[in-house]
Design a protein around this ligand. Structure first.
Ligand code: BG6
Ligand code: MG
Length: 213
């Protein structure tokens, strides 16, 4: 029986992919190559350093670790310029209502995200007190598709993995949820999220029957 809901942040609660794209694109251009929105799909759900590795591979560049750390930090400063401007109006449609609904029916909620900027984003959108537990990129060592983030989230809720369902927009996240022994509801396009147990386009008009998996 499902007792806990674990939400990814980027692409599920807020659409920050567009800001990640603009910051990575600026970095690629400063390094002398193009980075497309299609390329950006490969970065969804992936940690910051792994994202940089993919970006450098696209640009055909091999750089020493020290320089890579510097570039990741430069990108993050540019990204933070965007997220510092975020407001609650950027919470994706239906998310707040759905979380209120499940909480009023006794479900526990957690955030399970690769992002190390999660605390800042939650503060900007006024959701720092919404979840019963928050596991973000600052608490995990292994990036999705490793299940670590979701296993830590279920443990923080004092629930078994089988009692939790994950909401994810990224293929790496679906795999992480399944490897954690959890059901996973894809948020986005059915054609992309083929491994999900169920897919919803978003949270508008979603009700509790969704949790009958
Ligand atoms: C994930 C995003 O949630 O967080 C990725 O989907 C991002 O695109 C990753 O790279 C890490 O985010 P941050 O905020 O720590 O750079
Ligand atoms: Mg995501």
């Amino acid at each position: 029986m499902i007792k806990g809901l674990i939400f990814d942040l980027d692409g599920v609660v807020v659409n920050t992919a567009v800001y990640h794209f603009q910051a990575w694109n600026r970095l690629a251009n400063s390094l002398g190559f193009e980075f497309t929105e299609e390329d950006n799909e490969r970065l969804k759900g992936v940690s910051r350093m792994e994202s940089l590795n993919i970006l450098l591979e696209i640009g055909g560049l091999t750089l020493p670790t020290k320089e890579k750390l510097r570039l990741a930090s430069v990108k993050n400063e540019w990204y933070k310029e965007f997220i510092n401007q975020m407001t609650a109006s950027e919470i994706l449609p239906g998310v707040t209502n759905f979380i209120d609904l499940v909480k009023s029916h006794g479900y526990q909620t957690a955030l399970g995200t690769a992002s190390r900027n999660a605390p800042l984003i939650l503060e900007r959108i006024g959701m720092q007190k919404t979840f019963d537990a928050i596991i973000d990129g600052n608490q995990v060592t292994k990036a999705k598709p490793d299940p670590e983030v979701f296993l830590k989230a279920s443990a923080a809720l004092n629930l078994e993995p089988s009692q939790c369902v994950v909401f994810e927009d990224a293929i790496a996240g679906l795999e992480a949820a399944h490897r954690a022994g959890m059901k996973c509801i894809g948020v986005g396009d059915q054609k992309t999220l083929t491994e999900a147990d169920r897919v919803i386009p978003g949270f508008v008009n979603v009700n509790l029957s969704l949790l009958q998996l």
